[in-house]
Design a protein around this ligand. Structure first.
Ligand SMILES: Nc1ncnc2c1ncn2[C@@H]1O[C@H](COP(=O)(O)OP(=O)(O)OP(=O)(O)O)[C@@H](O)[C@H]1O
Length: 244
C-alpha cells in the first residue's frame, strides 16, 4: 500500500458534515445559535459572512477544535469530539513549523501517523511537485513568499489523503495575482481528490469561483445556502451580497 498517487484515494470518499441545532460561543458570548447545515461528501462548500459572523468559529467546530454548546456536529455518522487525521486544516497565517524545511513540513501529517520514512518521502515529493515547489523543497518557511507558504500548507493538508479539508481564508493575505494562481491551483488539485472542502472567505468572487454551494452566515446562524453551478453568476453574486 502506498500513500502516493491514486491508491490511497481508492475506495475513500469525501466526509459529510451535519450541523443540527448547533450553537457555539466563547465565555459569556454566544456567536452562533441553532445552526443547521449539511455538507455533502466531495462538495466544495464555501462559507461567507460579515466579519465577526462566526465563519472561523463554524470551521473550528468542524475541525473539532471547539465543542458545540447545544445541538450536534456530525462528521459522517460520528459526532465530532476532537481533531482527526481525516479532517485537515489550512489557515490564513500559514501555521508551518518554522524550523522544519518545506519537505519536513509536508511530511508532518504522515510522520504523526507513523508512516514509514520511505513512504513519507515519496508522498511529500509528489505533493511538493504538484504545488510547484520542487526547487524549494529544502528551504525553511521564512525563506518563502506568502504564496509559496500557502502552497506548502496545501501540500501538507492533502499529503495524507484526508477525507475533508477545512480552509480558513487561506488566500486572504495574498496579493491579487498570487491569490488567483492559488485559486487555480486549488481547483486543479481538488480535481484529483474526493475530499470534501469547507472554505471560509470574505470574498464573494472567490466563493463563486470555488464553490459548489455557498452558505451565507447571518447574525447568529446560516441564513441561506445557494447552489452556484449552472446559474447566472451575476444574479448569484447580487443575491449573496444582498444576504450579507
Ligand atoms: N477565542 C475567542 N475568544 C472569545 N471570543 C472569540 C474568540 N474567537 C472569536 N471570538 C468572537 O466570536 C465572534 C466570531 O468570530 P469568528 O472569528 O468566528 O468570526 P469570522 O466571521 O470568522 O470573522 P472574520 O471574518 O473577521 O475573521 C467574534 O465576535 C469574535 O470576537
Amino acid at each position: 500500500m502506498t500513500l502516493t498517487g491514486q491508491r490511497v484515494e481508492a475506495g475513500r470518499t469525501g466526509l459529510s458534515f451535519r450541523l443540527d441545532g448547533a450553537g457555539f460561543g466563547y465565555g459569556n458570548t454566544t456567536v452562533l445559535r441553532d445552526v443547521a447545515l449539511d455538507v455533502a461528501p466531495g462538495e466544495v462548500m464555501v462559507v461567507v459572512g460579515a466579519s465577526g459572523s462566526g465563519k472561523s468559529t463554524l470551521l473550528r467546530a468542524l475541525a473539532g477544535l471547539l465543542a458545540a454548546r447545544e445541538g450536534r456536529v456530525l462528521a459522517g455518522e460520528e459526532p465530532v469530539t476532537g481533531p482527526g487525521a481525516e479532517r485537515a486544516m489550512v489557515f490564513q497565517d500559514d501555521g508551518l513549523l518554522p524550523w522544519r524545511t518545506v519537505r519536513r513540513n509536508v511530511e508532518l501529517p504522515l510522520a504523526i501517523r507513523k508512516v514509514s520514512r520511505r513512504e513519507r518521502a515519496l508522498a511529500a515529493t509528489e505533493w511538493i511537485e504538484r504545488v510547484g515547489l520542487t526547487e524549494a523543497a529544502e528551504r525553511l518557511p521564512r525563506e518563502l513568499s506568502g504564496g509559496m507558504r500557502q502552497r506548502v500548507q496545501l501540500a501538507r493538508a492533502l499529503v495524507g489523503a484526508p477525507r475533508a479539508v477545512l480552509m480558513d481564508e487561506p488566500f486572504g493575505a495574498l496579493d491579487a495575482q498570487t491569490r488567483a494562481d492559488m485559486q487555480r491551483l486549488l481547483l486543479d488539485v481538488l480535481r484529483d481528490t474526493s475530499a470534501t472542502v469547507v472554505f471560509v472567505t470574505h470574498d464573494v468572487d472567490e466563493a463563486l469561483l470555488l464553490a459548489d454551494r455557498v452558505a451565507v452566515l447571518g447574525r447568529t446562524g446560516v441564513k441561506t445556502v445557494l447552489e452556484t453551478r449552472g446559474g447566472p453568476r451575476e444574479a448569484l453574486r447580487e443575491r449573496i451580497l444582498k444576504e450579507l
